[in-house]
Design a protein around this ligand. Structure first.
Ligand code: SF4
Length: 409
């Protein structure tokens, strides 16, 4: 059995056990309550709480597929050691379930991919892994289950084209995020390929200044230490630039960053189309699932008069943090990890929402009087792409309990 399985070293389209794991996945991640709310026009009245669910929320197609493949892997290789390179998605409960199923995480203390060999199975997460890690695992003969999302592969394809054509990939993303690390590594697939990661408009402004006027390359490299590819030379590598982004960034900010660099290139090289094409390229790399969730929040906020918004998702989940940022511009917003964070009708445990993009999440905090003392409270609810319906259902249940609970007054 092991020998037959070892003949195939890379699984990219699942392991032909979808039906076999469907029941287990439904038991762990499905919610009948969420289905009910969806069927009732995404609304539910619970005492004085009126709940409004965003039209798109929770598990995206990439996460759904990655978790499905992980369950199939456990079923397919019961007698072999199975590893994940790191978190499969940014949801602690989903990751813990996989640990409980016997999958070991190379990112956990003591994890070392150099120690793996042909008997080992390694699952690559939806964000993908860096080219160097993939090559190492292949060299060592591991069996690989690749769950890299198609939307991420699309970004990689474009970054490789930039590198092939002599353009530096400027990536709007978080420099330590697994997806951005993997995307930046794609530029190195071609000799002379370069990358630079920018977090926000402030960093982009520095890049734009350099494009327009040049400057002190040492100061530039000090500012972007760890965010540029090896051997980066801003005088040479900012002459021809192609835009890309981490798929979970805020669409409006990615567009603004693209426009800033476009303007800087026009200022430097003029607006003749042919000349400009030699210096600037861009393509849309926000994935449709991220876009749909961001759009759904905007729709919800424009159609309903909400008193507050709850956003459910892992604290290190980039797309969840961005959903919370969008909501917080309009209503008080609490980014919670799970139902247990709704401690009581007076107290909520949450992560403060970023005003501007931050490389790491803010620490957890507690707030009082989060639920206004009104005869009717309109609560909006959404969840990041790594949050299963089961977690959303638990929050709805918890809200139902708190709706008219006055014991802690
Ligand atoms: S957020 Fe988008 S790119 Fe990331 S896994 Fe989901 S669908 Fe794929």
């Amino acid at each position: 059995m092991i020998e037959a399985a070892q003949a195939v070293r890379m699984f990219r389209k699942g392991l032909a056990l979808k039906n076999e794991v469907a029941g287990e996945l439904a038991a762990h991640y499905h919610s009948a309550l969420v289905d009910e709310v969806r069927a009732a026009n995404y609304q539910r009245k619970m005492g004085r709480l009126h709940l409004y669910l965003a039209g798109e929320f929770g598990f995206c197609y990439g996460v759904d597929r990655a978790v499905d493949y992980a369950y199939q892997t456990v079923r397919r290789f019961p007698e072999r050691s199975i590893y994940l390179t790191g978190e499969i998605i940014h949801n602690p409960r989903v990751n813990d379930r996989l640990r409980d199923a016997g999958i070991r995480f190379l990112s956990d203390p003591g994890g070392d991919e150099r120690a793996l060999g042909p008997d080992d199975v390694v699952i690559l997460p939806a964000f993908g892994v860096a080219v160097s890690m993939l090559s190492r695992l292949q060299r060592q003969g591991c069996t690989l289950v690749d769950t890299t999302c198609g939307s991420v592969l699309n970004v990689w394809k474009n970054v490789r084209k930039y590198a092939r054509d002599g353009f530096t990939a400027v990536i709007h993303g978080k420099v330590k995020h697994e997806e951005t690390v993997a995307t930046a590594s794609q530029a190195l697939e071609y000799p002379g390929g370069r990358s630079l990661v920018v977090l926000d408009r402030t960093e982009t402004e520095i890049v734009c200044d350099f494009i327009r006027r040049g400057g002190d390359s040492s100061a530039f490299l000090a500012k972007f230490a760890g965010a540029v590819s090896p051997g980066f030379d801003p005088d040479r590598d900012l002459q021809r630039v192609g835009l890309a982004n981490q798929t979970t960034m805020l669409m409006s900010e990615s567009l603004a960053i693209g426009e800033m660099i476009h303007r800087a290139m026009i200022d430097r090289y003029g607006d003749d189309d042919i000349e400009l094409d030699r210096h600037y390229r861009a393509f849309d790399t926000i994935c449709s699932a991220t876009q749909d969730r961001q759009d759904a929040i905007k729709t919800l906020l424009s159609e309903q008069s909400l008193d507050l918004m709850l956003v459910i998702g892992g604290h290190n989940s980039s797309n969840t943090r961005n959903l919370a940022r969008l909501a917080a511009r309009r209503v008080p917003t609490y980014h919670i990890a799970n139902a247990g964070d709704l401690v009581s009708r007076r107290e909520v445990r949450h992560r403060a929402v970023d005003a501007e993009p931050q490389p790491t999440p803010a620490a957890e905090t507690r707030s009082l009087d989060w639920l206004p003392d009104l005869p009717v409270v309109n609560v909006g609810l959404t969840a990041g792409a790594s949050t299963p319906d089961s977690a959303v259902g638990q929050v709805i249940e918890r809200l139902g309990t708190l709706a008219d609970d006055r014991r802690d007054e």
